[in-house]
Design a protein around this ligand. Sequence first.
Ligand code: NAP
Length: 300
Amino acid sequence: MEHVRISDTLTMDRIIHGHWRLLDWKMTKEELLAFTEEVLALGVSTIDTADIYGGFSCEEAFGDALKLNKGLREKLTIVTKCGIVFPCENRPQYTSHHYDQSRKHIIKSAERSLKNMGTDYLDLLLIHRPSPFMDPAEISEAFRELYQSGKVRNFGVSNFKSSQFELLSSYLDYPLVTNQVEISPLKLDVFQDGTLDHLMTRGLYPMAWSPLAGGDLFRGDGERVQKVQKALLDIGEKYGETRLDTLAYAFLLSHPGKILPIVGSGKIDRIQNAVDAQKIKMNAEEWLTVYKASMGRNLP
Ligand SMILES: NC(=O)c1ccc[n+]([C@@H]2O[C@H](COP(=O)([O-])OP(=O)(O)OC[C@H]3O[C@@H](n4cnc5c(N)ncnc54)[C@H](OP(=O)(O)O)[C@@H]3O)[C@@H](O)[C@H]2O)c1
């Protein structure tokens, strides 16, 4: 497994495992522990979760599994997020879906994440989505307190525009280390709207959510999807590779921007398919063939 050094206290794997769909996997805590150990054995030690996943319950489910193997947490890099709230069974106190990125909420959410996962520290905490009501001074205060207390070692954002990233950065004592954004062969916005240019300028690596477009890449019921599938599979012939997901991950991994795909599957063989993608390095012509198929037009 290739790793990337993000900061003095953070190294991430090129392939990350995501926990958004954890409840869909319908695993007992023993099964989730065994699954996590299998994922780790593939070299994937970076876990991406969020306070809100599973209606504010995925972190706790993961924590219940982690508690069964006391040494496991230290082998993992845990990324979580905060800043979105909505009413649900676990959080009846919230009256509406909104963004709370106040100092108080960020600190409380991070402390709850620690408790949920039975750990003393988070490797990386992200602001889940940019709020149109964002007060960077509040976020800065929360980050400072969380860092100084040792509860959070690194900070980042998710779904931020470059301008929002820079705005928040200008208030911080500690640099933001990543922007987690949607990237897949079917979602190319970051290559076109400056998001990736911005991260590369800063020497940062994007975490890519929904790298298989949430599974849409396999639902070949549209002309665009079929063209992207064909482009990937044609390139695969050259590499002796027939797995569509492996080729989609290779598309992301081959980009010079050191994209870190977050695999959302609850199946170990599909995580293996992602890990295997590291062996394929698409050249510019191959990469742009997929890009053109997804764009539905030629390059200028
Ligand atoms: N920051 C954000 O705003 C944000 C938003 C969304 C997600 N995320 C993060 O990104 C992670 C990944 O997102 P994602 O789950 O949407 O990723 P994804 O990998 O694009 O999609 C995963 C889905 O595709 C299915 N799938 C995978 N391989 C398949 C195959 N060969 N054939 C058919 N279906 C297949 C999976 O089903 P199986 O489980 O059955 O394999 C799962 O339902 C999340 O877990 C979360 O950590 C972040």
